[in-house]
Ligand binder design. Structure first.
Ligand code: FE2
Length: 280
């Protein structure tokens, strides 16, 4: 018998704004859910209104963790102070390992139309927090897709599903990141590595997760186990299912710096102010 996961808690995100005024919903990283080791933050952005996103995220630093941007719709230009640049298009993923630090901007490359997606922050273990920054820019066609049953679609961003392996290499937390779309009435058993912290976030329709109804824009935290029963009710449903190995280390966060000890945060601020994150 495989051990099923069930829903332990539902969390609705908090509307907020970040960057130069981008409106978004924060789901992890709020008072109700400070973090979910190894996940530090989850933002869901989605709007047809340019005013909600046009200001973008001008230059800002990061140190000590990874940021994962999954663009569902829209175009965003990424540039950092070490000469790296990339365009995130609909369906693409950018997996950025900030490591010891960089300064970058994430700016919309559209003046109208819908922009939507997710940004997830994943912690790094102490031994890797000061590694060299690294990018995995993954074009939409590099993300494997499977149709496990008629009308259903699963995209494997990271980890494994249905014999497919996602293109991301993130050894420390060994994440699973799936985008699951189901037609009305369909259900799937999805293996989730035992011992991983896991959540699902429904962003279209309503899903039944292990028999519990989860509405649109609601996150379900999951108990431990080896699989999750995911079903759509009387309408199509779409969700992300994300899991990662907990690091079980102290977390000290100050905005975009996430370290293990307060003195490392002070050092990060000193390094940033002294230009040791590179030229800005
Ligand atoms: Fe950033």
């Amino acid at each position: 018998m495989t051990q099923p996961r069930c829903v332990t808690r539902l969390v609705r995100g908090m509307p907020t704004s970040d960057g130069a005024g981008v409106r978004l919903t924060r789901v992890i990283g709020i008072p109700e859910l400070r973090n979910l080791d190894p996940f530090l933050m989850l933002d869901h952005f989605g709007s047809e209104e340019a005013a909600d996103y046009i200001a973008g995220f001008p230059n800002h630093p990061h140190r000590g963790f990874e940021t994962v941007t999954y663009m569902l719709e829209g175009r965003m230009r990424h540039r950092d102070n070490q000469g790296n640049e990339g365009l995130l298009v609909s369906g693409s993923v950018q997996w950025m390992t900030a490591g010891r630090g960089l300064v970058h901007s994430e700016m919309p490359e559209q003046e109208e139309g819908r922009m939507s997606g997710f940004q997830l922050w994943i912690n790094l273990p102490a031994a890797q927090k000061m590694c060299a920054p690294r990018y995995q820019d993954i074009a939409p066609e590099r993300i494997p897709e499977i149709e496990p049953l008629a009308g259903a679609k699963v995209r494997v961003l990271a980890g494994e599903y249905g014999g497919l392996r996602g293109p991301v290499d993130a050894e420390a937390t060994s994440p699973l990141y799936l985008d699951i779309a189901l037609p009305a009435g369909a259900s799937l058993e999805v293996p989730v590595p035992a011992g991983h912290a896991a959540f699902a976030y429904v962003f279209e329709g309503r899903a039944e997760l292990a028999g519990q109804t989860v509405g649109t824009d609601v996150m379900a935290l999951l108990s431990d186990g080896e699989q999750l029963l995911v079903a759509a009710g009387d309408a199509p449903a779409r969700l992300i299912l994300v899991a990662g190995r907990p690091l079980r280390e102290p977390i000290v966060q100050y905005g975009p710096f996430v370290m293990n000890h307060p003195h490392e945060i002070q050092q990060a601020m000193l390094d940033y102010q002294a230009g040791r994150f590179g030229p800005v």
